[in-house]
Design a binder for this molecule. Structure first.
Ligand code: TPP
Ligand code: MG
Length: 380
């Protein structure tokens, strides 16, 4: 597929063939099949979640990455184990690549007592710094300044680590995105900003929320390189992200990477997509499915046999079935679990507010008489 690179002087370099050698040429045969495994696992696990959602066993909202699996998987695959990644709801595939398990994700969506957040959060808003992924939050764009800080700390400590943050095309119109990428750019933080251009933000098509013709045009304003790739070609996604990651690791600072893709499902499962022009979704499904496309590449260009690829599908089905069975056996949360991780130890904490019988505590936390300028005004 064609890839376009935005040059520093603002011109665009068109390529009909990928550069030689491509970073993905350096992937082993096993790694190339692994890319397929992670995409297939993402899709099968999400399909399982949809079935559970329809049975009301997924109790919160359900967000799909249908048609975008190559973005999360191909980009995260370009990171090293020590690197830190900040996902969004459509980056379950990246979390899987970084070591989140289907069982954790099922328990999380089913609000089980032994889920990573003990049933207090009902989708993939959980993190684990040891495995290299940060817990996400809903406010759009806010993880960009967070990751500017994370990667600034890498630079200041001289650590050989890179950060990668995902945002949607809609999130690039927030103040947080602007402040975060600007700070990271001027501080030359080792950060890769992945913009998933999936054509929609909720029900708003991209052209209605930004006058920019394409997201990489925004890179110019921040003085950082912008790379753009076909987001439904997993090897192209890996290639551009690996270039950006290598650039960051070598001290070059931030790169904005735009992945062109399409959100085939609504914002979440409840969204009936009535605002989408007729035929659009079907067109992408039939002609530009990232898994179908890579399946064909594996068989026709990379020399894999049908049996080898089928074996991955079988493995994924078995893994998702086994994880579902275990998750279903998990208990609901205990009511008191709601307090865990909120207070250090509630019964023994000294209250900071006034209550009958706790006068001494109130006094202890009152400002000492004569401190500062509190009551000096009239005396002087
Ligand atoms: C600051 C902020 N404004 C609005 C919302 C509500 N909201 C949640 S997701 C969403 C659309 C996101 O679109 P985009 O960034 O393109 O990501 P996509 O869902 O397409 O992956 C909106 C408006 C929010 N979470 N945060
Ligand atoms: Mg979007």
């Amino acid at each position: 597929m064609a890839a376009r690179r935005k040059m520093a002087d603002g011109t665009r370099q068109e390529r009909t063939a990928a550069p030689s050698p491509r970073p993905s040429d350096g992937l082993s045969r096993d790694q190339k099949l692994e890319l397929y495994y992670w995409m297939r696992l993402t899709r099968t696990l999400e399909e399982r979640l949809v079935a559970l959602y329809r049975q009301t066993r997924v109790v919160g909202g359900l967000f799909r990455s249908l048609g975008q699996e190559a973005d999360a998987v191909g980009s995260c695959f370009a990171l090293e184990r020590r690197d830190i990644m900040s996902p969004l709801i459509r980056n379950m595939g990246a979390m899987l690549v970084k070591g989140a398990t289907p069982l954790e994700i099922l328990r999380q969506y089913m609000a089980k007592g032994d889920s990573p957040t003990r049933g207090r959060e009902l989708n993939i808003h959980f993190g684990d710094l040891e495995r290299g992924f940060i817990g996400q939050i809903s406010p759009l764009g806010d993880m960009v300044p967070v990751m500017a800080g994370v990667t600034l700390s890498f630079r200041m400590r001289g650590e050989d680590r890179v950060g990668l943050v995902y945002v949607g095309d809609g999130a690039t119109s927030t103040g947080a995105f602007h402040e975060g990428i600007n700070l990271a750019a001027v501080q030359k933080c080792p950060l890769v900003v992945i913009v998933e251009s999936n054509q929609y933000a909720y029900s708003t098509p991209t052209w209605k929320q930004t006058a920019a013709k394409q997201m990489i045009d925004k890179a110019v304003g921040y003085g950082v390189p912008g790379l753009q790739a076909d987001g439904n070609d997993v090897l192209a996604v890996y290639d551009v992200t690996k270039q950006a990651v290598d650039h960051a690791r070598a001290g070059g600072g931030v790169t904005l990477v735009e992945l062109i893709t399409y959100r085939r499902k609504g914002h979440a499962e409840h969204d009936n997509q009535s605002y989408v022009p007729a035929g659009e979704i079907e067109h992408w499904e039939k002609t530009n499915d990232p898994i179908d496309r890579y399946h064909a590449v594996l068989l026709n260009e990379l020399g894999f046999s049908r049996n080898e690829v089928d074996a991955v599908d079988d493995r994924v089905r078995a893994e998702v079935d086994a994880a579902t069975e275990l998750a279903e056996q998990s208990p609901p949360p205990e009511p008191l679990d709601a307090l865990l991780g909120v207070y250090a130890d509630p019964p023994q904490e000294t209250p900071l507010w006034f209550r009958d019988g706790t006068r001494a505590a109130v006094e202890r936390n009152e400002r000492a008489e004569g401190w500062g300028t509190w009551n000096k005004g009239t005396a002087e």
